[in-house]
Write a protein of this length. Sequence first.
Length: 95
Amino acid sequence: MKRVYLPKILLGILALSLAGSLSAQAQSVTLQGRLLGNDRLPLVNTNVEMRVQVLTPTSPRCVLYEEIHTGIDLSDSNGLFAINLNSGSFLGSTP
């Protein structure tokens, strides 16, 4: 009978350890990309401002979440950027 309970106990320990690791995850998502100008060349040696919005999928579009990232330095990055969502200035949302 002891062998029947062992798998259940191990499964319970595994579930508890996974639940703990999931709750310890960071509350942000990294958005990466490359900014190109109208000439299709990378933006370089400039600072940019990015506004990120999460919109409803259907019309009329409502802003569910919005934040802004300022002073993103593209010097020596060949237009590449990486920002962490939920770390910019929160601009609000509409219900």
